[in-house]
Design a protein around this ligand. Structure first.
Ligand code: KMH
Ligand code: ZN
Length: 411
C-alpha cells in the first residue's frame, strides 16, 4: 500500500538564508502521507508514534516541487510500520542567458532529499473493521518440482509420487497451502501423463490437506492435449486449481509456446474441469491477453494471477516491474488476487515484496534451488519456512489451507 503527494515549496516554506526550506517540512509531508496510509489501512487518521530514522540528503529551496511517497512495510495489530522518501522533481532554472525569471526544469532523475521510517498507531478504539483495507492472509505456494530442475542441480528434488507426497507434506507443515505440481517419468523427465499426476495427487492427499494446483504448462515443446493430461483427473483425484499460460515467451534458449487459440482451448478445458485457473504472467503484454480472455468470457472474475518474474527471455524481477503489473491488473476493474514467483536469486526478495504489498508468494525448487547464495535448499520446505519468516517479520498472517481455499479456489 502506498501514498504519494506532490507539492511546491513556496516562499512561506523558505525558512533559512538562500530560500532554504526547513527539513521539518519534509516530515510534515510524510505526516500527510502516513495519515493517508492509516486511512487506507484502517479507516482512521491514526497517530504518528515515532520515527526510527530520518536522513536529510539534499537541500530543498522555495520553488522546488517535492514528491513525498510512503509505503506500509509492516502490519502490526494496531501499529503500521512505514517507509518514506521525498524527492525533488522540478527546480527553478538558475539565471542563464537562455532562461527567464519564471523558467523551471524537470529533473531528468528525481533527487532524493529525505528518507525516513517510522511507526503509526491506529488505536483499537478508533480502528474500523479488522480487515478494512488490510491485506488478506498470505497464501504460500510451494512449486516443489517443476519441469526443468534436475537432481544434478539439487539432489533434494522430489521426483517419484512418494517423494512428491513427502515433499508436499513437509511444505504444508512449514506453511504452504498450495502445491504447484508437475510430474516426472521414471527417468526424471517432465511428464504430463494423467496417471503420473494421479499417483502424485494421491500421494500428496494421503499425507496432507493442501490445494493441489496442477501445471498445464508442462515443459516446452509439449502439445496442448499433452499438457492437459492432469485435467483428466476427476472425483477425489481432481486438482482444485490449474495454471493457465496465456502468452508465448523466450524461455532460455527455448520458446515456451502459448498460441492464442491454444490458450483459449486450455481455458475452456480448465473451466470444463471445474478447476480454478491461475493465470501465469511472464511479460507485461500477458495482462492484456488476460483482459481479452476476460472480455471474451474464457475466464471469469475473481481472477488469480501469478507473476513469474525473471525468466531468461521475459520480464525481469524488479520492484518496479512488479508494481507495474499489480497496477495493470488493478486497472482491469474486477476482483483479483495476485502472487509472485521470482526466478533464481529473485525468489525470496520477490516473495518479501509480495508479502509487504499484500500479495501472495510462490517459492520452491521449480524456480530456485538455493536457500541463500551458494547454499542449496534441502527441498522446498526450507524455502517455505523462509517465506513464513518473512510474513512474521512483516506482520502478515500466513493463510491456512481453509483460508487459501476461500481466497483462491472457492467451490
Ligand atoms: N515449465 C515451464 C515451461 C506452468 O507450470 O504452468 C512452464 C511452467 C508453467 O512451468
Ligand atoms: Zn510450473
Amino acid at each position: 500500500m502506498k501514498s504519494l503527494i506532490r507539492v511546491r515549496m513556496g516562499g512561506r516554506d523558505a525558512h533559512y538564508a538562500g530560500g532554504l526550506v526547513d527539513g521539518a517540512r519534509m516530515l510534515e509531508l510524510f505526516g500527510d502521507v502516513a495519515t493517508e496510509l492509516c486511512i487506507r489501512a484502517d479507516g482512521d487518521e491514526g497517530l504518528f508514534r515515532a520515527y526510527d530514522a530520518v536522513e536529510f540528503l539534499a537541500p530543498v529551496r522555495a520553488g522546488d516541487f517535492i514528491e513525498a511517497e510512503g509505503r506500509i512495510v509492516g502490519w502490526g495489530t494496531t501499529s503500521l510500520k512505514m517507509e518514506f522518501e521525498a524527492r525533488k522533481v522540478i527546480v527553478p532554472t538558475p539565471a542563464r542567458a537562455d532562461s527567464f525569471a519564471s523558467s523551471a526544469d524537470v529533473l531528468e532523475r528525481a533527487e532524493v532529499v529525505c528518507r525516513a521510517s517510522g511507526t503509526c498507531v491506529v488505536p483499537r478504539a478508533t480502528r474500523r473493521a479488522a480487515q478494512f483495507g488490510r491485506p488478506r492472509p498470505c497464501v504460500i505456494t510451494a512449486a516443489i518440482v517443476g519441469a526443468e530442475t534436475t537432481r544434478a542441480q539439487n539432489p533434494h528434488l522430489p521426483l517419484s509420487a512418494d517423494e512428491l507426497g513427502e515433499e508436499a507434506a513437509s511444505c504444508a507443515a512449514a506453511g504452504a497451502s498450495v502445491i504447484h505440481l508437475h510430474a516426472r517419468d521414471d527417468e526424471g523427465r517432465a511428464s504430463q501423463d494423467t496417471e503420473r499426476f494421479r499417483a502424485a495427487v494421491r500421494a500428496i492427499r494421503a499425507r496432507c490437506d493442501v490445494i493441489v494446483q496442477t501445471s498445464t504448462g508442462g515443459a516446452v515443446g509439449m502439445s496442448v492435449a499433452e499438457r492437459a493430461g492432469p485435467l483428466a483427473l476427476t472425483g477425489a483425484d481432481a486438482p482444485e486449481m490449474a495454471t493457465l499460460n496465456v502468452g508465448t515467451i523466450n524461455f532460455g534458449d527455448d520458446v515456451f509456446m502459448n498460441r492464442a487459440a491454444d490458450t483459449v482451448e486450455m481455458a475452456g478445458r480448465i473451466r470444463a474441469h471445474g478447476a480454478t485457473p491461475e493465470i501465469e504472467i511472464y511479460d507485461a503484454g500477458h495482462v492484456d491477453i488476460a483482459a481479452r480472455l476476460l472480455a471474451d468470457g474464457h475466464v471469469a472474475a475473481p481472477l488469480h494471477f501469478q507473476f513469474v518474474l525473471g525468466v531468461a527471455g521475459a520480464l525481469s524481477a524488479s520492484a518496479r516491474n512488479l508494481e507495474f503489473l499489480v497496477e495493470r491488473v488493478e486497472a482491469l476493474g474486477v476482483p483479483f488476487s495476485w502472487g509472485v514467483a521470482g526466478v533464481g536469486r529473485h525468489q525470496l526478495p520477490m516473495a518479501d515484496l509480495a508479502i509487504t504489498w499484500g500479495g501472495n508468494a510462490r517459492v520452491g525448487l521449480e524456480d530456485n534451488i538455493y536457500l541463500e547464495k551458494g547454499v542449496l535448499a534441502e527441498g522446498s520446505a526450507p524455502l517455505v519456512a523462509r517465506a513464513v519468516e518473512l510474513c512474521r517479520a512483516r506482520g502478515r498472517q500466513v493463510a491456512s489451507v481453509a483460508e487459501a481455499r476461500a481466497l483462491l479456489a472457492p467451490r
